[in-house]
Unconditional design. Structure first.
Length: 372
């Protein structure tokens, strides 16, 4: 293996030098920051040194060959071919382990990748080459990268003929989210909307949704059984959009989730939005997604983004679960505090804007630090 060190102003330039001289088969063996003297040896500046290696005579594991005779060319077959193959595989695994460690080191050396991790976004979830991650050198680049990734993980609400049910734990904001969606459809898009509520247990729940329905001038149906649900759906089958509000259920109460599944079955929802609070921990969020999977949700709503300083879940949840984001909510105001899940918006929320619309906290300054 030929090994050589490359020094450049940043990791991106160093990797470009490695690729130019050694090709795509090169393996990164080490990376570190070094001091480079300025003009006439006065002062110094930070640079990056990358040590890379490439196997210029790759060894191939050949299939079994016929025994070699005394008169044949002087080619020696190993006494234990299986053992040789195991050794080669072990060597390859060790090289791959070293490369993964060094790629991880390159990510850690990048302050923007560190910021993503601090906000709860694992670089592994992004499924991007380490070189592309290492090439991010400013906020705009990070937004562009995340926006490109998130463009495959968003989904706009459907139009006419939709039956949309909102489900989720207690207190995540399902009712106010439903009211915002109803206002968007009825007031902004001019669609005929009907609301159905199953929330007959929560004190004041029906009255709250009744007030919203009265303000929006849309019909409201209250159901308490699958038979009630079937009748309500049939009654409003000529509307453009039917929105169903459900009672909050704990993700730890499987029987209650089973009852809710039975109640929703006659509605045959075209979309089921799982509402997850941005203020919950990542472990709770994943627990919610796992438990509510019994209801077969096909969209995510991230609520209460104004109440959390860490919005990495906007990226990590859809990437980890496969459920696209349909919209996010950032306050109690109806209908204003609702934003559709557009990839540019989501990327900016994670990278450039913290809770409540404030600029994200400044990162570390100094040589090699992020530039806004």
């Amino acid at each position: 293996m030929r090994i050589k060190s490359f020094v450049a102003d940043d990791v991106r330039q160093a990797l470009a030098l490695v690729r130019e001289e050694m090709g795509d088969e090169a393996v990164v063996l080490d990376t570190r920051s070094v001091k480079a003297a300025k003009f006439l040896g006065m002062g110094s500046r930070e640079q990056v040194e990358v040590m890379a290696g490439v196997d210029e005579q790759p060894v191939a594991i050949l299939p079994e060959v016929e025994p070699v005779t005394a008169a044949a060319a002087p080619v020696r077959v190993p006494d234990e071919p299986d053992g040789a193959a195991d050794q080669l595989r072990a060597l390859w695994e060790e090289l791959r382990r070293i490369k993964n460690q060094m790629n991880a080191g390159a990510e850690e050396a990048n302050p923007w990748i560190r910021m993503l991790k601090d906000r709860g976004v694992s670089p592994e979830l992004l499924d991007l080459p380490a070189e592309e991650l290492a090439a991010v050198h400013d906020r705009a680049g990070l937004v562009k990268m995340l926006s490109d990734v998130m463009s495959k993980h968003t989904a706009s609400p459907s139009g006419s003929g939709s039956v949309i049910a909102l489900v989720g734990p207690t207190g995540v904001g399902k009712t106010t989210t439903l009211a915002k969606l109803a206002a968007r459809y009825a007031l902004h898009e001019g669609k005929r909307v009907a609301i159905i509520t199953c929330d007959t247990f929560r004190i004041g729940g029906i009255e709250q949704i009744r007030v919203y329905a009265r303000i929006l001038n849309v019909p409201l149906e209250v159901v308490a059984s699958p038979a009630d649900m079937e009748q309500a759906i049939a009654k409003h089958s000529d509307t453009d959009v039917i929105l169903i509000d459900t009672i909050g259920r704990s993700q730890r109460n499987a029987p209650h989730l089973g009852e809710l599944k039975e109640l929703l079955a006659p509605a045959k929802p075209t979309e089921i939005y799982l509402v997850v609070s941005a203020g919950s921990s990542s472990s709770v969020q994943m627990d919610v997604v796992k438990s509510f999977s019994v209801l077969s949700p096909n969209r995510l709503v991230i609520s209460k983004t104004d109440e959390s300083d860490l919005l990495g879940c906007i990226v990590s949840l859809p990437l980890a679960t496969g459920l696209p984001i349909s919209c996010i909510t950032n306050g109690q105001n109806v209908p204003d505090d609702l934003q559709m899940g557009e990839s540019d918006l989501l990327a900016n929320l994670v990278v450039g804007v913290a809770a409540g619309g404030a600029t994200a906290p400044a990162l570390g300054s100094g040589p090699g630090g992020p530039r806004a």
